[in-house]
Design a protein around this ligand. Sequence first.
Ligand code: PMP
Length: 352
Amino acid sequence: MNSWEKNVRQVIPYTPGEQPVGTDIIKLNTNECPYPPAPGVKRAIKDIDTEMFRLYPDPEAKKLVDAIADYYNVSPEQIFVGVGSDDVIGMAFLTFFNSERPILFPDITYSFYDVWADLFQVKYETIPLNDKFEINPQDYFRKNGGVIFPNPNAPTAVSLPLSRVEEIIQQNQDVVVIVDEAYVDFGGESALPLVDKYDNLLVVRTFSKSRAMAGMRIGYAFGNEKLISAMKAVKFSYNSYTMNQAAICAGVAAIQDENYFQSIVSKIISTREQAKKRLEALGFRCTDSKANFLFASHRFVPAEKIFNELKSRQIYVRYFKKPRIDNYLRITIGTDKEMEALYEALEEIING
Ligand code: PMP
């Protein structure tokens, strides 16, 4: 070992879902939207004056912040934007989780949380979900250095009612509570109305799922002005120009098309409900999903076997070889055509 290697920060990075290349692939493994972004996004990108690329972008991304503020009827000072919600959550860890006490999050949850905690050297404790994969708010009524959980949770897809989310925030007013609402548009109850009531609440959202723009990398958060200005101070101490000009334009166009947004979200929800019935008919049990994916376990056939067999047929779903969930598959809701191909393949794997 060279002596410089002793000073290298040791991290085990987050493992994202595979991004296979090629045609004829059915990709239901990373919770992307199966439909394109709003038509206005294409026009906005086409109309970009590329001359302007010689200039740095607005570090405050004011156009995008104002468009989000308008849409949700909050003040621009209550909004933080970043390069996907991963960037926003990472910044929030760096800004708010500096206590001697451990932060708390569920044992089964977004697998980036423990990675950020390790990277930023934040102590953490995981709290087991109950047997139905639900969060029990009482488990979070104890001294801690902060709380984070997704609602709906991932990869379980289970949603916590707003009254129960509020119990967690209410009992933890001496720390920052982050509610990661990446999937909330697909049927969850948002904690956004609580932002004015609790100055310790940060609600994080993304354009990656319900606004069909994972590739553009836009995330945002709502919080009290003090929370937001603390996050900006940290961000501007690290990299001011994270939001590029194209992403700002595309984000504004996406948030302005309400009809398109509603139409793709309701289409995904109806395909999800149909998919749940079809999977149950094939012998799967699914959680009550309020997200754009199902979390499913087959009564007899091991999840890992189904995962591999689907993959050999070019159908990608997500499998986590982790305690408690190693017999489950996380299946992103695709188009109806993609879902039909999935049912056909599952039928073959299970009954054939
Ligand atoms: N939170 C949760 C719970 C997620 O599943 C994801 C998607 N991987 C993210 C945040 C991050 O999404 P993005 O960075 O694309 O906004």
